[in-house]
Design a protein around this ligand. Structure first.
Ligand code: HEC
Length: 104
């Protein structure tokens, strides 16, 4: 009974947090991208600095279309491997939306 109740509470909490609900890509980003690109997208992690990552907030990435960011993520670019087969197209789209949110 307790278990059921805390699960119900968790569901209720998740539903009442609109910010999280709007950003389904955040979980994927935190798990798969943040170790290089940084939680804030600026790439200021030890790995990111070593790989000379540019910030998602750079003019190039702000100007890039969603389709370009999607393709880079799916097919890979330069030293970054692609995520085709590891993330679904829907998940990649969500992560791109999350990158857009980080750029603001
Ligand atoms: C192992 C470190 C690493 C991880 C993990 C990683 N990336 Fe990257 N990413 C890179 C590097 C390095 C580049 C620059 C590639 C180049 O130009 O040589 C890059 C470039 C990009 C670019 C092209 C734009 C830019 O700023 O250069 C996008 C978009 C991108 N990554 C998205 C993602 C997403 C989304 C994830 C998670 C699903 C992710 N990356 C995970 C290392 C990483």
């Amino acid at each position: 009974m307790m278990k059921f109740r805390s699960a119900a509470t968790a569901l209720f909490l998740a539903a009442s947090l609109p910010v999280l609900a709007q950003q389904p890509g955040q979980t994927t980003y935190a798990a798969k991208c943040a170790m290089c690109h940084g939680a804030d997208g600026t790439g200021s992690t030890p790995v990111g600095k070593g790989m000379k990552l540019r910030s998602f907030k750079s003019p190039e990435d702000v100007k890039a279309t969603d389709a370009e960011l999607f393709k880079d993520t799916k097919d890979g670019i330069g030293r970054m491997q692609g995520y085709a087969g590891k993330l679904t197209d829907a998940q990649i789209q969500e992560v791109v939306a999350y990158i857009r949110a980080l750029q603001k």
